[in-house]
Ligand binder design. Structure first.
Ligand SMILES: Nc1ncnc2c1ncn2[C@@H]1O[C@H](COP(=O)(O)OP(=O)(O)O)[C@@H](O)[C@H]1O
Ligand SMILES: [Mg+2]
Length: 338
């Protein structure tokens, strides 16, 4: 954690916006989202269900359900390319090899009719032209690397023959097989029990420590975020409300939403639970309130929050950003805005 930051960003997302056409009209699920992933660091995207975490990474990796989804603006810069404007062919040369993905539901992501060994070996054969027997050998090495006991024998097993936790390890092995520079994991441990969750997170941290890989991890679990994030992006209603180094964001949250989340202190017992409840509910994206989307739930809301949408702006600290009018108007000791 908190390794020094390389100057050059690994993946730089700028003002990403995504809209969906629905029966009731168009809604904006991702609204001017910006964040930067650095080599060797773990960036966690934290937010309630429906806040745009998955859609934003789906847009970046070209797996957005489109239509009804449309990227309506922004850039996702990776090694001099904008991932949002790549041709399908160019994207296939990047996503799945240099940028790889792990999802919550390994069972549906793995092919049920092929052995796991074959699925991993196939990657080496297609992308590296490795011979069948060498590819199988490497598949076994990968399964061993992600802590699957008896890996050499287990390459011949099918996905349903693995427990949920072991299946998630298989997915991670597949994602890591080609030595990606970026790993994007969308709620990779949400479906698992608490002990297995901890093991998987530890595995990710271990593997990352051995490489220069940047990891983007999506979660709605504050304890997970606190534990493994170097950098934290807090999303609310499709927007980034706060971002920065984890120690800064959790140690001195600038946005009332983050402050609300932290009022229930993260602890080991909280792991695996949803974000702490803040009074009220997230807004309907079809009917966003004027001004700040968090306003109806915010204890500090004032007139300007009704009329003016707060932009993401630099906040105190290094590389910190927040989207709240209070950043220009510090809280009084009683907590009310002046
Ligand atoms: N296929 C879809 N059709 C219409 N709206 C969608 C679709 N997928 C996602 N959305 C909208 O995008 C919002 C963000 O979704 P998502 O990124 O999956 O949230 P999460 O933060 O839980 O990952 C949802 O609240 C929903 O309004
Ligand atoms: Mg999601």
């Amino acid at each position: 954690m908190n390794r020094p930051m390389a100057a050059e960003p690994l993946l730089d997302v700028r003002d990403l916006s995504v809209e969906f056409d629905t029966r009731a009209g168009r809604l904006r699920a991702v609204d001017f989202v910006s964040w930067t992933l650095h080599r060797g660091r773990t960036l966690v995207i934290l937010g309630e269900s429906g806040s745009g975490k998955s859609v934003s990474t789906q847009a970046i990796t070209g797996i957005l359900d489109s239509p009804p989804g449309h990227v309506t603006g922004g850039q996702a810069l990776f090694d001099g390319m904008d991932l949002l404007t790549l041709t399908e062919r160019a994207r296939r040369g990047v996503v799945g090899s240099r940028i790889s993905l792990v999802f919550q539901d390994a069972l549906s992501a793995l092919n049920p009719v092929h052995t796991v060994g074959r699925q991993i070996a196939e990657l080496y054969r297609v992308h590296r032209g490795t011979s069948r027997s060498d590819a199988m050998k490497r598949a076994a090495e990968m399964l061993d690397r992600v802590g699957i006991p008896g890996a050499r024998g287990r390459v011949h097993d099918y996905p349903h023959q693995f427990s949920g936790g072991m299946r998630q390890r298989v997915m991670i092995a597949m994602a890591l097989a080609l030595g990606p520079e970026v790993l994007i994991a969308d709620e990779p441990t949400t479906a698992l029990d608490v002990t297995v969750q901890a093991q998987i997170l530890e595995l990710l941290a271990e593997i990352q420590a051995d490489t220069d890989m940047g990891v983007v991890l999506i979660t709605h679990d504050l304890a997970v975020a606190a534990e493994i994030a170097d950098d934290l992006v807090v999303m609310y209603a499709g927007r980034v409300v706060e971002s920065g180094a984890t120690a800064d964001v959790l140690g001195d949250p600038q946005h009332p939403y983050t402050q609300g989340l932290l009022q229930s202190v993260p602890s080991a017992e909280r792991r695996g639970q949803d974000l702490p409840a803040i009074p009220g509910t997230p807004p309907d994206l079809m009917r966003l309130p004027s001004g700040c989307p968090f306003r109806p739930r915010c204890p500090h809301a004032h007139d300007r929050c009704v009329t003016e949408r707060p932009a993401l702006q630099p906040a105190p600290g290094e590389l910190r950003f927040g989207a709240c009018h209070l950043l220009d108007q510090p809280l009084s000791p009683e907590g009310a805005a002046r």
